[in-house]
Design a protein around this ligand. Sequence first.
Ligand code: UDP
Ligand code: MG
Length: 320
Amino acid sequence: MLISIVVPCFNEEEILERFHTRVTDEMARLGHEFQLVYVDDGSRDATLELLERVAAADPRARYLSFSRNFGKEAAMLAGLRHAEGDAVVIMDADLQHPPELIGRMLEEHANGHDQVIARRTRKGDRVTRTVAARAYYWLINRLVDVELVDGVGDFRLLSRRTVDAVLELTEYNRFSKGLFSWVGFRATTFSYENAVREQGRSAWTFGKLLNYGLDGLLSFNNKPLRAALYLGLLLLSVALAYATWIVGVAMVRGVDTPGYVTLLVVVTALAGVQMVMVGVVGEYVGRIYYEVKRRPHFLVKASNIGTPQQPHTPQKLLRR
Ligand code: UDP
Ligand code: MG
């Protein structure tokens, strides 16, 4: 059985060699045949040079390098496309995903699980981030069809058929957490203690996280559109009830001097609600816009895997 390990790397020069040693040591200990698929996501540091060096020294390492930063989703997709293993493990290059857990994953895989998901605890996270994450997952699980679990990320093992299923989903706006959950198959989850990043720093800023969260919310169904519709109906009925009340009062007590503050508040609030709704619709239109363009998810500038493959060629045709 061949195990592929897919590693998206963005500006990871400080830790890459250590990562490679740790993983290869661990795999040697487990005694499995394996290959590493490094994807350099347009790093601006020496990541590519390091990958070239690592690959020259170790034939089990393959790499490809993007022409610019396309994001981790694209990097994972590229890695999955080029992974030949019977099982594929996706892990971060920053050693926050302990290589020691691969053995556990392989065990669970041998027990017949198609996805073995490592779920990190939130130990060591800032309290604000923990609370925000809790609230987000509470909300999102009420809104989307697929199940998303807090602490569950991209660190997981996928069986060959799961990888093939994920590769069938060719959408441009990729939200992997949801895609992995969407394909189904037999999945199991185990917890591990989160390791603090040793070197470099997380590429996730608050803004990026917020946008990522929104993507998750909007990527799976049209429930936000539904919600907008219901909210509109609710506001309409409130307005109608209020109008009836005003007219009633005016008929009984005569016309009162109307408060312009109330008026102003209602008008601005409604304008705000309308803008939010247009925004929601706009998000979907924007997604359609990107999908219909059918642009490739990434462009490859360097690789030791042979000719860069056509992004839209179905995976089945590519495998030897
Ligand atoms: N990464 C990537 N492209 C990006 C940002 C990150 O390939 O645009 C990689 C990064 O090199 C790392 C993994 O994705 O291997 C997770 O990134 P990071 O550690 O910054 O995220 P966090 O651990 O904070 O979620
Ligand atoms: Mg990290």
